[in-house]
Design a protein around this ligand. Structure first.
Ligand SMILES: [Zn+2]
Ligand SMILES: [Zn+2]
Length: 156
């Protein structure tokens, strides 16, 4: 889905579900499609949703139905609250707003993610992509298939 259309779509879903005052933003994640950030109030200690972010690199690989599902997943987090995590309360809210809390997403392949990631981690033996990352900090990978240290390749 195209970025501008996706942003308009997600904001309208947020509005439909009473979250018109919650900010929306793009992030650079390549390991998650969406996030709900929470903050703790210094005085009341209460935790509340701060904003919903979606992955700018990954959303263009997804169709409208998939973006819909991801948006409802995050809207569910904002409505259910931080402590609900992916538990029964969150699941029931996602169902109520028309989402599917069971679904997990392999929607974008590692090969496609590698195209939009800063770092690609490859098996030193087969050259197969093992993981993708946007930061290089602390990246030491042992390959699952051969047990050798994996190669970390910077894309740009
Ligand atoms: Zn979640
Ligand atoms: Zn390997």
């Amino acid at each position: 889905m195209e970025i501008v259309a996706a942003e308009r779509f997600v904001k309208s879903l947020m509005r439909d579900n009473g979250l018109e005052s919650l900010p929306f933003a793009w992030d650079r994640a390549v390991t998650s499609y969406g996030r709900t950030l929470f903050v703790r109030d210094r005085l009341t200690r209460e935790v509340s949703a701060e904003k919903i972010t979606l992955s700018k690199p990954l959303i263009p690989f997804l169709d409208t139905e998939q973006v819909h599902e991801i948006a409802l997943h995050e809207i569910g987090h904002a409505l259910a609250g931080y402590y609900a995590a992916h538990g029964p309360e969150w699941r029931s809210i996602v169902r109520q707003i028309g989402g599917n809390p069971q679904r997990t997403y392999d929607a974008v392949s590692l090969e496609d993610r590698a195209k939009v990631s800063k770092y690609v981690i490859r098996c030193a033996t087969t050259d197969k992509i093992i993981a993708v990352r946007q930061r290089s900090t602390g990246m030491l990978y042992l390959c699952n298939c051969c047990g050798r240290p994996a190669k970390v390749i910077a894309n740009r």
